[in-house]
Design a protein around this ligand. Structure first.
Ligand code: ZN
Length: 347
């Protein structure tokens, strides 16, 4: 199900359902030409987007901006042959690495996303890169392209239209699913939320799901901060991944997303491993609760690749478990080492 939603004069969002692998795109029509934000996951989606664009304008699509390197946002760049494809330097580096591993990605996606149509999808390199920020001027309209750096991905770009008070957020903001700092950059993801909140827009176009409001973005940031604190407490008290998973399952989160919630927890663990410093625990009610239930284990010093909250579960295994309805815990037990494509399976 798709919708081509008018957000303001000459500004549209292409919104899809369901959420996973069904990303959004933005369309910004200027005096002379059109800017598109993100290509999509497969050829059918792109053709649908192009059809919708042609219903509202016959101007050429001159620029295509990629918000990040994940496949569902770059996979049909090649279906915009007349456009100059623009990304941050880092996004292009990531895309280049992914392109070299296309065969491996094909095999992985076939396993993880067996129900998703990926026909006509492949990594295609961007034509032009920038660092920091970039500004387009369409007559009186400013289109500000901002690289926020690592967060949901290794380089998260948002597109801000200050005059219209609209932000195309990429996957910094996904509406209807929890925040996913799936590559382990949790505090940076929280910082990105605060950055886009600071833009004080009225419409935040989500990378997946319906466009939201400033209140929606703020509430997701608060949710992630809460999860971060919860996972940090699990980490500080040396809980195993299994125990942490059970602890997260007690949170008041819709069942469908409970498995997703642990994803930030693995990110927190990895971030802690990167920080590489022992954390001091402090007495508090939740910690006391853990100890009473006998779940605490002797605290361990974080070691890269290992940790008190088990690092063996990767984005791939969690995504696979989520999509297949299996327990991530049982999936983990089948695995003996980290997946070679860790970090490449984000949604
Ligand atoms: Zn996405």
């Amino acid at each position: 199900m798709t919708e081509f939603r008018r957000l303001a004069k000459d500004i549209y969002a292409f919104v899809q359902a369901p959420l996973i692998c069904y990303s959004s795109a933005g369309v910004i029509i200027g005096d002379r030409d059109v800017i598109v934000v993100d290509s999509l996951t497969n050829g059918a989606m792109s053709r649908s987007l192009l059809t919708e664009i042609r219903r509202v304008t016959d101007k050429s699509i001159r620029f295509l901006i990629n918000t990040h390197s994940h496949f569902d946002h770059v996979y049909t760049n090649h279906l915009f042959p007349g456009a100059t494809v623009i990304s941050s330097h880092r996004v292009r580096e990531e895309t280049k690495a992914n392109q070299k591993a296309q065969d491996k990605h094909d095999a992985l996606f076939a396993r993880l996303f067996s129900d998703v149509d990926l026909r006509d999808g492949r990594y295609t390199l961007q034509d032009m890169t920038f660092s920091g920020s970039l500004c387009f001027h369409q007559g009186e309209r400013e289109v500000r392209v901002l690289d926020l750096g690592v967060g949901h991905s290794e380089s998260d770009v948002v597109v801000h239209l200050p005059g219209e008070k609209i932000v195309f957020c990429g996957d910094v903001f996904m509406n209807g699913m929890p925040p996913l700092p799936g590559e382990g950059h949790v505090t940076q993801t929280i910082a990105h939320y605060k950055a886009i909140e600071g833009l004080e827009a009225e419409i935040y176009v989500a990378g997946h799901g319906d466009p939201g409001t400033l209140a929606d973005v703020r509430s997701q940031r608060i949710q992630l901060e809460s999860q971060f604190q919860h996972a940090r407490e699990c980490y500080e008290h040396g809980m195993s991944y299994d125990a942490a998973l059970q602890d997260f399952a007690k949170d008041d989160i819709p069942m469908d997303f409970q498995r997703l919630i642990i994803w930030p927890a693995t990110g927190i663990q990895r971030q802690a491993a990167r920080d590489h410093r022992p954390r001091q625990s402090e007495p508090h009610d939740r910690a006391a609760g853990h100890r009473h239930r006998g779940q605490a284990a002797p605290r361990q010093k974080p070691v890269k690749g290992k940790g008190p909250i088990n690092c063996l579960i990767t984005e791939g295994s969690i995504a696979a478990s989520m999509l297949k309805g299996k327990s991530p815990v049982s999936e983990r037990r089948k695995r003996t080492k980290r997946h070679a494509l860790s970090g490449s399976t984000n949604l």
